[in-house]
Design a protein around this ligand. Structure first.
Ligand code: SF4
Length: 292
């Protein structure tokens, strides 16, 4: 490879010129750094995928509340609902929401999860990727390709801004996770390179400005429920992208806008727990209760 890919534009043209898919370019980029072979990178991705699957299975079984006792039983509630009632969205979407809660609740129980890109947003990529793969009998190799595709989206965004609520608000955590999931899903559905990148762009564009205002300073409220919401957001992005509904703003400009939005956002809304949901009457009462 002549140059490292650092933007979505470069990624698109590299794929086009070399007639490659995103995961192939990402693998080549990684191997070019000289630390790992392609086999080793794929093996690491397979390990991460397995850890994601284990987190889901553990989360599905547990109703253990978090140490703060504010969360931990929502996955069970949703599973019980869908045991008897169908949602209006279909079985894959039901599974996605359940898996997103299962994983993010494992995070607050201090279980093993894969931060993708962060712990607070850990349920979004696994739920979309694994639920779709299970429902559509996707081969493990293709799941790994989708995971590498998701990673490439996260890597490119992270070239511009840190993927942390403290830096860019939740748009930089759950927003980027949603873009990664949208890309992975579109990859698994046989989308073109353009559609995969556009899915990520649509997901990012439509979540700009999302604040980070965790109640009591804990990655629980709103984080846990934000995971199923942003997972379904990724599905919407993929649906639109597969219909060739293009983001009129190019993906790299969306990332620029996200960085600027993060800079303009008040520090009170960037993980300080000094604004937004964290300073509502109920949040303050919850905090007092926990401190007791
Ligand atoms: S609200 Fe803040 S802490 Fe919670 S997931 Fe979003 S960025 Fe992370």
């Amino acid at each position: 490879m002549k140059y490292p890919v650092t933007t979505f534009r470069q990624l698109y043209y590299t794929c086009k010129e070399q007639r490659k898919q995103i995961f192939e370019v990402a693998l080549e980029n990684e191997v070019d750094k000289g630390d790992y072979s392609e086999y080793q990178v794929r093996l690491q991705a397979a390990k991460s995928l397995n850890a994601m699957k284990e987190a889901i299975q553990e989360g599905l079984k547990s109703t253990e509340l978090s140490p703060s006792r504010m969360s931990g039983d929502d996955c069970d509630k949703l599973q019980r609902r869908y045991a008897n009632t169908r949602s209006i969205l279909g079985s894959t979407a039901e599974k996605i929401m359940i898996y997103a809660l299962a994983t993010s609740e494992q995070n607050l129980r201090m279980g093993t999860i894969v931060a993708c890109p962060t712990a607070g947003s850990c349920g979004i990529v696994p739920s979309v990727l694994i639920a779709y793969a299970e429902e559509n009998k996707i081969r493990e190799d293709d799941e790994i390709n989708a995971l590498i595709t998701a990673g490439e989206v996260g890597r490119i965004v992270s070239n511009k801004m840190a993927l942390a609520g403290a830096v860019g608000g939740c748009q930089a955590e759950c927003g980027v996770a949603s873009a990664m999931a949208a890309a992975a899903l579109t990859q698994m559905r046989g989308g073109t390179v353009k559609q995969v990148i556009n899915a990520a762009a649509l997901a990012l564009k439509n979540i700009l400005g999302l604040t980070c205002d965790p109640v009591c300073g804990l990655v629980e409220i709103p984080c846990v429920k934000r995971n199923p919401f942003l997972a379904i957001h990724a599905v919407t992005a993929s649906e639109l992208a597969m219909a060739d509904i293009m983001s009129k703003i190019p993906p790299d400009e969306i990332v620029d806008a996200m960085e600027q939005t993060g800079q303009l956002m008040s520090p009170l809304l960037k993980e300080s727990s000094k604004g937004g949901l964290a300073t509502t009457k109920t949040a303050l009462a919850l905090e007092k209760n926990i401190l007791k």
